[in-house]
Design a protein. Structure first.
Length: 203
């Protein structure tokens, strides 16, 4: 389901192992949300309103910010074959990482509660050239503005990040690390859609 739109079986094949927080890892570890090792994007003044897409139906995800691992319902976790989860603290707010199957694929959500300008900061960083070495690709997820974005482009090796605005001052990041044979960006979008549905139902 993570990598197919209509609930077909999840394809899990060979992949570099993913470690728990603080554990040694061979291969590629999960990158810090929206950050390069040892650094974090600055919070910049937002660009003009005409540049940044507005959230037409704002949501209040406060209960999920407080408990990020509840951002996927039990039913969705079963559908995605989640086997374990853990809270992962970072500089911008609260986050959760879910392991899928044997742990060779992971899903993540991060709420950027310490970035008061929301998606405006993502666009301001674009204007400052922050994403020039990676990617910045605007999209829409279930009617909500989003951007595929990262400092370094690891998509070909199975790592994709997608930020989605839930209101004009808050976004969450949906991330997927998976084998290169899977479509990690489709996975990130499907996870983001599931998270939005959870927020809509639980807000």
């Amino acid at each position: 389901m993570i990598f197919r739109r209509f609930g077909l079986a999840l394809l899990l094949v060979t992949v570099l192992p993913i470690a728990a927080c603080g554990s040694p890892v061979s291969g590629r570890a999960i990158p810090a949300p929206l950050a390069a090792p040892g650094s974090a994007p600055p919070v910049l003044p937002a660009p003009p309103d005409s540049v940044v897409p507005k959230v037409k139906e704002p949501l209040d995800p406060a209960k999920f910010v407080a408990d990020p691992c509840s951002s996927l319902t039990a039913a969705r976790q079963a559908e995605f074959n989640v086997t374990s989860s853990r809270i992962n603290e970072h500089d911008f707010g609260s986050s959760c990482i879910w392991n899928v199957g044997s742990g060779r694929t992971s899903l993540g959500v991060s709420y950027a509660t310490k970035v008061p300008t929301g998606l405006g900061n993502i666009y301001a960083l674009r204007d400052a050239g922050w994403w020039d070495g990676g990617y910045f690709e605007p999209t829409e997820v279930d009617g909500y503005p989003g951007v595929y974005v990262a400092l370094v482009d690891y998509r070909a090796s199975g790592d994709c990040k997608l930020v989605v605005g839930v209101n004009d001052s808050l976004f969450f990041e949906s991330s997927v690390v998976t084998p290169p044979s899977n479509d990690s960006c489709l996975g990130a979008k499907n996870v983001a859609e599931a998270i939005l549905q959870t927020i809509k139902e639980g807000a």
